[in-house]
Design a protein around this ligand. Structure first.
Ligand SMILES: Nc1ncnc2c1ncn2[C@@H]1O[C@H](COP(=O)(O)OP(=O)(O)OP(=O)(O)O)[C@@H](O)[C@H]1O
Length: 645
């Protein structure tokens, strides 16, 4: 076996003096930058002193027993984890290993609190895990490094520090922590690089750095080395090992690490088919296997050997599981840190920052992201300009023409369709990705959902107002509507509110469905609403009562009426450039489209009510999606349907 001897001097304190001495047999070809980065990483232990001093946290030991987990699918109930037990301790780096589909991520998700609804018990420092306080002590670094693409590494860290450290730390302390963490993780020289331009390894290190700013004593990582080259993989594992030496409990899943990497982990937790096959020191895995007759040749990587043995047949997995009693028996010796059990002091429950602070920081972040996405702004500008000029050209000067009355009504419908599709399709296509991005931050307790949602709602208002007003001004003028300020303003209010309401509908669909399904559900939802909104065109006085009720359920009807009323109510006869103009009187048009008795203010009220309704529904779906709360049976059923979809 190829090993890297690890010289560790464990002391009574949380921190251990530790250095890594690579075995001569292990050779890596580092570039100068890699060497510098590794050197920086190797200094982590001494360099994170300010972080440990300023944001001191207690050590945390996690012991779980008889964890079982099942999932329901169309084919029935399926058991994923079979009453497994285990323990993870402060000051140690542990990896969860196993073949693909064994249940590694499921176990990690349960331990971190991301997945609920399991059987068994999880104890933290000897007491049953209280998720509210545990969340404040732990962080979860997901497999996808979904970072804010247009922020630099430094800006991302500053925002993380502002959100996670709160007002207990002054600006200078935050700066020290940010600088220290970036330096220690080898990111200082890349601090001004935008996240979208960082390499895979740098992204992963930044993901760790972002979570380190409040010094969580427990770090969960889902496959932190997937997709990285050997140098970056090694850097990450060395870094994790050094972070664990400062008293942190670090648990990650891994896919068959190389022998040298495997030796860097203190403990391995091996899962096969939902059962625990081994739990204990990585150094004792080979003797453990030998006990049941599986002798790992010295030239073999023990991690590969054990996985091959498990995959090769159920006997090995069964024997191993029996020998370690499904994780109840720990193979190794207990160190001082293992025996120490501290009750976690119940910290103040809640977020480190107030709603207002979170809102301000988040809206600032969204503003920077939008401002730097100049291509997106340009596309939006061109979209509004081209559509406005085209529509204005098609319906040129129809606004005061009594001989073609329905042309103007069709113009209103076209404006309506523009606002509906422009503002609903954007969140349908983009919000699912945004949700994936905020999932990590929300789960890691950076901010509350209300603050995020409020900031998200307000962040689109400036661009919607600017581009919307530009569009309305062009089409209003080109289509030859009455040039009176009050009519123009009322028309614009109707258009913008329709856009805002449609965005809410898009948020509902975007938070409930993935992009593929959302792009089908979106138009499928809008089509009947459009049909209802223009029902009665030409026979407005004869709309059936039932249809009137149905039409009132389409917010688009309120939008269309809010366009029509300001331009047709209280005006003189329209111009007539033909022999006969039966619709020169605007009152007749209003009668024949079924809007004769409608009141403008009620349409605005209807649009506001629908906007509120859409936003509230979208908020609850989003909350449910992020928390996975299935306590309400009705919502659980909807969630099941949505998951399957
Ligand atoms: N929501 C779900 N619906 C259906 N099956 C699921 C669900 N979540 C997990 N599974 C199944 O549970 C099993 C364990 O999944 P898990 O993601 O924990 O495996 P893993 O060991 O992490 O695999 P990999 O290394 O390939 O990521 C797999 O067979 C997977 O198909």
């Amino acid at each position: 076996m190829t090993t890297i001897p690890i010289i560790c001097q464990t002391t009574e304190s949380d921190e251990a003096n530790c250095s890594l001495v690579p075995d001569n047999s292990v050779r890596f070809h580092h570039s100068k930058d890699d060497v510098n980065t590794t050197e920086a990483l190797l200094q982590t232990e001494s360099s994170l002193k300010a972080l440990n001093r300023i944001a001191k946290k207690p050590p945390v030991n996690i012991i779980f027993s008889d964890i079982g987990y099942s999932i329901r699918s169309y084919t029935g109930q399926r058991r994923i984890l079979h009453n497994i037990s285990g323990e993870f301790y402060s000051g140690e780096l542990s990896c969860i290993l196993g073949p693909s589909g064994a249940g590694k991520s499921t176990l990690l998700n349960i331990l971190s609190g991301l997945t609920n609804g399991f059987d068994g018990c999880i104890n933290v420092n000897g007491y049953e895990r209280d998720m509210r306080s545990f969340k404040k002590l732990s962080c979860y670094i997901m497999q996808d490094d979904l970072l804010q693409p247009r922020l630099t590494a430094l800006e991302s860290m500053q925002i993380a520090a502002d959100l996670k450290l709160g007002t207990n730390f002054n600006k200078a302390d935050k700066e020290i922590i940010v600088t220290e963490v970036l330096q220690c993780l080898g990111l200082w020289q890349h601090r001004h690089t935008k996240c979208e331009q960082l390499s895979g390894g740098q992204c992963k290190r930044l993901s760790i750095a972002l979570e380190l700013v409040n010094n969580p004593p427990v770090i969960f990582l889902d496959e932190p080395t997937t997709g990285l080259d050997i140098v970056s993989t090694r850097q990450i594992v060395v870094l994790l090992r050094l972070l664990s030496r400062q008293g942190r409990t670090i648990i990650c899943t891994a896919h068959q690490p190389s022998a040298s990497l495997f030796a860097l982990f203190d403990n391995a937790y091996i899962v096969s088919n939902g059962s625990c096959c081994y739990q204990g020191s990585t150094a004792l895995l080979v003797p453990f296997l030998a006990e049941i007759g599986y002798v790992c040749p010295t030239t073999h990587n023990p991690a590969d050997f054990v996985i091959e043995a498990i995959i090769g047949g159920t006997t090995a997995a069964q024997q191993m599981s029996n020998l370690c009693k499904n994780g109840k028996i720990y193979n190794g010796t207990h160190t001082t840190s293992r025996l120490r059990i501290n009750k976690i002091q119940t910290e103040k429950i809640g977020f480190p920052t107030s709603f207002t602070t979170q809102f301000v920081i988040l809206i600032k972040r969204m503003y920077i992201q939008t401002k730097r996405n100049s291509i997106n702004l340009f596309i939006q500008l061109m979209h509004h300009l081209i559509c406005a000029l085209s529509l204005g050209g098609i319906f040129y000067m129809v606004g005061n023409e009594g001989s073609t009355p329905m042309a103007n009504y069709k113009f209103f419908l076209s404006v309506l369709v523009f606002f509906v599709y422009t503002h609903s399709m954007t969140p349908i296509l983009l919000f699912p990705m945004e949700i994936r991005m905020i999932r990590r931050e929300y789960f890691n307790h950076w901010y509350g959902l209300k603050a995020f949602y409020a900031a998200r709602t307000c962040s689109t208002v400036p661009s919607m107002l600017t581009f919307g007003m530009l569009y309305v001004s062009i089409v209003y003028f080109l289509s030859g509507q009455l040039l009176e300020w009050d009519r123009f303003i009322l028309f614009a209010i109707g258009a913008l509110l329709t856009g805002f309401c449609s965005e809410g509908l898009g948020l509902i669909i975007g938070s409930a469905f993935n992009v593929t399904n959302g792009s089908i559900v979106g138009p499928a939802t809008i089509s009947p609403l459009l049909m209802l909104c223009c029902y009665g065109m030409g026979f407005g006085s004869f709309i059936e009562p039932l249809m009137k009720v149905l039409m009132s359920m389409s917010y688009l009807r309120y939008g269309l009426t809010a366009f029509t009323l300001p331009l047709y109510q209280n005006r003189t006869l329209m111009e007539c450039n033909a022999d006969v103009c039966p619709y020169a009187d605007p009152a007749i048009i209003l009668r024949d489209v079924g809007m004769a008795s409608d009141i403008y203010s009620l349409q605005i009220f209807g649009l506001i009510m629908f906007t509120t309704f859409h936003r509230v529904i979208a908020y609850f779906i989003l909350r449910h999606r992020l928390t996975g709360d299935n306590s309400n049976k009705f919502i659980a059923q909807i969630n099941k349907f949505l998951k399957c979809s």
